[in-house]
Design a protein around this ligand. Sequence first.
Ligand SMILES: *Cc1c(COP(=O)(O)O)cnc(C)c1O
Length: 354
Amino acid sequence: MKKHNFSAGPCILPQEVFKQASQAILDYNDSGLSLIEISHRSKDFVDIMEEARSLALELLGLEGKGYKALFLQGGASTQFLMVAYNLLQNKAGYINTGSWSDKAIKEAKLFGEVVEVASSKDANFNYIPKGYQVPNDLDYLHCTSNNTIFGTQIKDFPTTKAPLICDMSSDIFSRQLDFSKFALIYAGAQKNMGPAGTTLVVVREDILGKVKRQIPSMLDYQIHLSKGSMFNTPPVFPVYTSMLTLRWLKNLGGIEAMEELNEKKAKLIYSEIDLNPLFSGFAAKEDRSNMNATFTLINEDLKETFDDMWKEAGINGVNGHRSVGGYRASMYNAMTMESVAALVDVMGDLERKA
Ligand SMILES: *Cc1c(COP(=O)(O)O)cnc(C)c1O
């Protein structure tokens, strides 16, 4: 039986994508060859890469606006340093809303001055800072749209004249935004797009080529762009699977349709968290993430009973991150309403039982 998978990442993908991807491993398009044994320079794979790149721009509404998409390796964590390597000449600003922002800040400090423009570290990152001043002499301002571990999500993005950079690893393609506000967006595939092993980078080309330092080829956005995201052997299977997910998303009605479903799922779980006297939410209400709902049991004595109950119901991956504790239900794009309802039912059953 397929489980209700709330894993934070790597995580759920559409069932039809799993099927198509596994078929391609055995025999790609009746070619008698596996997708993972053909040359990445073959027309078959070049077409896949081009479709993936153009679907990403199309879905984000960024076609014809000076942006290009890349599928790179090294995870979002490599982007923490690549962003600074390519864009930080003197001074960059960072909004610190969680462990991932913290790690991005640490890497950027290797390349120049870093100002923490705002932070919610004082409250274990359970809210999104607001009402802060952004310095006007930044090379760029970096933020994290969704804080996977803490379950907060930025609703109003900062305004700045500097290029706005965003780590959207855990909520890309999940909600409508004016993506042209961002000069560079990056996202590790394994939260909302594909298997681990590739990272989407969407960059407005005019921000590149401005720093004076020499950049090693593999870390240089301009080199990857000039080679069509094929400077070296790309991660063919993660790129193909991501492309299938993007096709799935487009057929479903794109981000608009996805957002509607994601809001329904989030409403369902948060109303249970708020109404059920046994649970309390971790994140500040106005900053709650539609992707990762974090909550705790008020009475820890019920933990064993609750854990047995959700396991019994075929639920997987709801244990919270060690830095928050409690529970985290990750409801990425491919999660169905039925799965969220299954978890909410168990929470209700616990209340009736306790
Ligand atoms: C998971 C995650 C990362 C780290 O991604 P890797 O691909 O493992 O490097 C970075 N940022 C956010 C917001 C994440 O959720």
